[in-house]
Design a protein around this ligand. Structure first.
Ligand code: NDP
Length: 429
């Protein structure tokens, strides 16, 4: 992608946007035609993906624009039904690109497999035995999935945790073995599960216990991605608010979320507004990413803000987001779903680490978009203006009627389906 800055994209027709994409380096005309074909996910393909298929469920696919991340431009595919999300992410990305863009980093992609052992005659002795056999266990796990090692990954570490050892514990005592596996560019759930299952018999022998669960943890706290942005206050200025007011409002909003779980849930939902659409568009497991993200937000015992917003010595607004990011660029449905394949082509990422960084940058942008609106005009002004089109469609408006009714709803400050129905009737007369 030459640049993700495409002025006027918002005002183009869908056909014009398609044509423009076709002229860009990474996307052929054939790709764009397929993207908008009548059957982007053929029923036969869908039938092979899940069970009891009766059809497919399309979502709008938009492009998050203006993203400059580690000096590289990205047009970001986002699959989402909620208006204003794509616009807000692109708006913030435009501000941030003028300050040098987002910086991101990601750890190695180390996923966690868990093996649960109960009924050990002596749990401490069992732990000691496992730790003594650590290298042999890691080797055995790698023998169960040799191709990963050939790619430079594989099982690389192991830990043992003892749970519920206290005499008054409500639950039974158990030994939990954590197997840490570098899954390279795959999300790795199936790989981790295969390796964890393969170790079960030898773990039973070593511990004299009984193995029950052998499955990946969706809290991969050794597979983290981080994004950061630094914005001078003058870039945050609006017609009604100074940059300093906006910056301070964002920090107050963050402090509210940091200290109150009721607010943190909504704050974090706004972050996931940016993250989920990219995870979905790239064919990744968004339930896994959601679960891991919320667990990370509660890692210190209280559910809190996923982002941190502060002011540096020069008075700049500084935003940071760190999340576990179990996404892949291969495996699962990524190479099966035709639109996911095109989304990867458009995104042009070389590795799962790079994809993870892009996704957290979008989450950080989305958070700032929401906080900036909340700290100034309120969210409804922008949101309801975009929502008015959905309301007009829900009331039966079609074609040019949609824009006309949407504008009337905004002018009359009544963005309701009932009002839109009245206008549709009026228009038809
Ligand atoms: P796969 O089982 O598809 O494994 C990844 C595949 O990618 C392997 O076949 C591997 O080939 C291939 N591959 C090619 N290039 C690379 C590379 N550079 N790095 C790594 N692998 C490469 O998928 P995952 O194990 O990633 O599992 C993801 C799926 O599992 C998702 O669909 C998810 O929804 C699902 N799932 C999720 C669970 C959860 O709790 N979240 C639980 C169970 C399943 P090779 O075999 O030759 O190495």
């Amino acid at each position: 992608m030459e640049t993700s800055r495409i002025p006027g994209f918002y005002n183009m027709t869908v056909d014009e946007r398609r044509q423009l994409l076709g002229t860009m380096n990474l996307f052929t005309e054939e790709n764009t035609e397929y993207l908008f074909s009548k059957d982007p996910l053929p029923t036969d393909t869908a039938d092979n993906m899940i069970e009891n298929v009766i059809g497919t469920f399309p979502l709008p696919l938009g492009l998050g624009l203006n993203f400059l991340i580690n000096g590289k431009d990205y047009c970001i595919p986002m699959a989402i039904e909620e208006p204003s999300v794509v616009a807000s992410a692109s708006h913030i990305a435009k501000i941030v690109r003028n300050t040098g863009g987002f910086t991101t980093e990601a750890t190695d992609r180390v996923m966690t497999g868990q093996i649960q052992v109960v009924g050990c005659p002596d749990f401490n002795a069992a732990k000691e035995t496992i730790m003594k056999e650590k290298d042999a266990l890691i080797e055995a796990a790698n023998n169960a999935y040799p191709s990963l090692m050939k790619r430079g990954g594989g099982a690389e570490d192991l830990e043992v945790r003892l749970l519920n050892g206290e005499s008054d514990s409500k639950y039974g005592q158990m030994l939990i073995l954590h197997l840490y596996i570098n899954t390279c560019d795959a999300m790795g759930a199936n790989m981790v599960n295969t390796m964890a299952e393969s170790l079960a018999p030898v773990v039973e022998d070593l511990t004299d216990g009984k193995v029950y669960l052998r499955i990946l943890s969706n809290y991969p706290d050794r597979c983290l991605a981080r994004a950061r942005c630094v914005i001078p206050p003058d870039m945050l200025q609006t017609s009604d608010f100074s940059g300093e007011e906006v910056r301070d409002g964002v920090i107050h909003a963050y402090e509210f979320a940091a200290s109150d779980p009721y607010r943190a849930v909504t704050h974090n939902k706004g972050i996931m507004n940016g993250i989920d659409p990219v995870v979905i568009a790239t064919g990744n497991d968004w339930r896994a990413v959601e679960a891991g993200a919320h667990a990370h937000a509660a890692r210190d015992g209280m559910y809190t803000s996923m982002t941190v917003w502060s002011k540096d010595e020069e008075g700049n607004l500084v935003g940071e987001l760190e999340l576990p990011m179990s996404v892949g660029t291969v495996g699962g449905s990524i190479r099966v779903h035709p639109i996911a394949k095109l989304a990867h082509k458009l995104l042009n990422v070389d590795s799962a680490q790079e994809l993870a960084g892009v996704i957290v940058a979008v989450g950080l942008a989305q958070n700032l978009g929401a906080l900036k609106a909340l700290a100034t005009d309120g969210i409804q002004k922008g949101h309801m203006a975009l929502h008015s089109r959905s309301v007009a469609i829900a009331a039966g408006a079609t074609g040019e009627m949609i824009d006309m009714i949407s504008e009337r709803l905004i002018d009359e400050k009544e963005i309701r389906v009932g009002k839109a129905k009245e206008l549709v009737e009026e228009y038809k007369k």
